[in-house]
Design a protein around this ligand. Sequence first.
Ligand SMILES: [Cu+2]
Length: 298
Amino acid sequence: MSIKETNMSIKQEYGMSNMNPTWVALVVALAVGCGGDDGAGGGDGGADAAGDAQAAAPVVDPAVAATISGMVSFVGTAPAGTPIDMSEEPACAEKHTTTPMIQPVRVGDGGGLADVFVYVKEGLGDMTFPTPATPVILDQNGCQYSPHVIGIMAGQDITIRNSDPLLHNINTKSEINRSFNVSQPRAMETTRTFKDAEIMIPVKCDVHGWMNAYIGVTDNPYHAVSSADGTFTISGLPPGEYVIEAWHATLGVSTQSVTVGDAETGTANFSFSEDVASGPVPMGEPVDLTHPAGHSAG
Ligand SMILES: [Cu+2]
């Protein structure tokens, strides 16, 4: 059966073009975990909530829903990170028990590469998916973004939280979506959406030069972020043939094709190294560790 036929039969069987609210609610209730976004390893509620949101809304019969999982590896010696001097922000510094680091290439004990955005790039045809009702949460805690890389579906709410008692400024550098620049002078939340799919949207804080994050916006719910051990799982897929892309902020992108049948689990393992960085990667600006003068903590 071709992909087109598969899509067609799914649509006919589940009436996707005439989806009613009851069905949408059912679909959300059936959400299958696709997790894998422990991101910056903050271990806070924000990252967990983001994971739940990412898992929402597979519009596929759970009896045939397929899974693609795998591991992203880093080959070679992981570059050392750069220590962040937070002495000018004691309220942030005191939240860290170890020296906070800028670590664009975060490699786990087993050689797994974290912070890789993995998503279905091709293969879903013209299928459409309900927007998850739960917002993803991008937290600013201890003057660092958590998670560092986050996935969201177009139209889904992103709640940007300031968990610090001081000024952060969220500046998105989107090219397809409208950029925004939001000032959060104290602990608070701001909610936004991105209208269109965009891989990837860089985010930075204009107050703290070391703070950056990346938001992957897809037009389907099938995306994940590799966790600290490099693994990822994308669940609830319709059976089919897919092009899966893995994106890393400094190491480039890698794609591969994976075919999954009814209720099957397919594997997509990726490998990155410093030598094979390819493709244009947004926000290659040097990290600025200096502090703009005159901002106040409060
Ligand atoms: Cu900041």
